[in-house]
Design a protein. Sequence first.
Length: 244
Amino acid sequence: MSQYPFLANCEKCLGCTYDCCLNRSNCGVTHIFNNLSKDEIRSIMDTKRQIKFRAGETITKQNTPLTHLICIRSGMAKVVSEGPKGKNIITSIIKDNNIFTGGGTVIDDSHHFTVTALTDIECCFIETSRIFTLLTVNSGFAINLLNLYNEQHIKMHKTLINLIHKYMPGRVADTLLYLKNEIYLSNPFNFILSKQELAEMSGMTKESFIRNLKDFEDSGMITHSRNDIYIIKEEDLIEISKNG
C-alpha cells in the first residue's frame, strides 16, 4: 500500500496533459524536463497523480518518507523547518509552476521540511522511482535536477544565514522585500500570511515582528493595514537589509 493513502482515491491527472508538461513556457523555474524525450516524459506522467489541497492542509510532513516529487500547478504554500519546542522557521514560499524536491531525494528519501498550503492548491505527485530511472540514462535531465537542488539549497542557506547574522530590522526588511519582489510582485501587496507566519519568516517572535513593523511605519518607509503593505521607501529597506 502507498505511504500516501490519499493517492489511492485520486483520479489520474487528466487536466495536465503531456503537451502541458512539454510546453516549457508553463514552468516558472528552469524546467527539469527540458532534456526528456516525449517517451521519457510519458514514462513519468503515466503514474502522475493530481491532488488538491485546501488552505491549511499539510502537503508533506518533515521526517516522513519521500516517495514523490511535487509540482505546484496552482496556489501557494509555505516551506517550514520544524525546530524543537515548536520553534519553526518558514524558509520559503512556493507558488504556481514550481517544483519542490523535499530535500532528501537521492540522499535519504526523507522530507526535510514540512510543506503546508497557504491557499487552495493543485499539485502533481511524480514517483521518485521513475525519476531515479531517468537519472541513470539521461545525463541532461540529471544536470537539470542537480541545478534545481543547488538553487533551492543556496536560497535556503542564504535565508538561514541572514536569520542568524542580521538584527531584527534587517530580517523584517528582508521579509518585506522578499514578499514584494519575489512572491506577490506588486506594491502594495495583499498578504495572506498571519503575523505569526511573518514572524516565522523573520526568525523572531510575533511581538517583535509587530514592533519592528510599526517602527518602519512610523519612519514613513511603509504603510500597513490589516492585510496590505505598501512599501513607500524601498531604497531605505534595501539599505537596512544590507546593513543587517
